[in-house]
Write a protein that binds this ligand. Structure first.
Ligand SMILES: Cc1cc2nc3c(=O)[nH]c(=O)nc-3n(C[C@H](O)[C@H](O)[C@H](O)COP(=O)(O)O)c2cc1C
Length: 183
């Protein structure tokens, strides 16, 4: 079985981000099934303006869209800010609405934050609105994430490790099923 290609987007642009460490942990756990490449440039995307979304759209945007298109699936790991989705992550997603890069693409969403439930619910709704595939079955919140994920990229909480591993099995499965299939 060929490995599937996944693009991972970290909702935090912070140095020493727990969400970035979580992506590293997930890459390690899934190494036999997935090639996970991190898209680390959400902070470099221009501020979304529909007027700029034309044939002269910024190169950073076309690069981002191309990397999404080339991936078999998408992984998002993000914190919550002020009970919402981090602005730079929402900005990045807004650039994909007209180009439909999430449409029917299996998408796993993990909110790793202190609490996270508000931002998670809002982002889940956005991802469903842009037709990300199976995201309802591919999502979880990790509360008090800093006590469960280490900066060197390990999930140190047993329960969280089991839940992430189970979710990853479902995610990998969704990358192999017919594109028309919904769980
Ligand atoms: C401006 C700001 C607002 C925050 N608001 C929330 C919040 O509403 N809910 C929450 O769970 N955590 C909140 N946090 C804490 C972050 O979830 C926590 O710092 C998390 O580890 C950030 O993720 P990162 O380590 O990947 O950067 C906030 C942090 C900052 C800096």
């Amino acid at each position: 079985m060929y490995k599937k290609n996944v693009i991972a987007i970290c909702g935090s642009t912070r140095h020493n981000s727990i969400n970035h460490s979580l992506i590293n942990a997930i890459s390690h756990i899934s190494v036999q099934d997935l090639n996970i490449s991190v898209y680390s440039k959400i902070g470099n995307l221009p501020q979304f303006n529909p007027d700029d979304d034309d044939e002269n759209v910024a190169k950073e945007v076309t690069d981002f869209r191309r990397q999404l298109d080339q991936a078999d699936g998408i992984l998002i790991c993000t914190p919550e800010y002020a009970h919402g989705v981090p602005g730079s992550l929402k900005n990045a997603i807004d650039w994909t609405v007209s180009s439909s890069n999430f449409t029917q693409k299996p998408t796993m969403l993990v909110t790793a934050s202190t609490d996270g439930k508000y931002g998670h619910a809002a982002l889940l709704e956005t991802l469903k609105a842009i037709d990300a595939k199976n995201v309802d079955s591919l999502q979880m919140v990790i509360e008090f994430a800093k006590t469960k994920v280490s900066l060197d990229g390990r999930i140190t909480d047993d329960d969280t490790l089991i839940k992430i591993s189970t979710l990853l099995s479902t995610f990998v499965g969704s990358l192999y099923v017919n594109t028309e299939t919904e769980f």
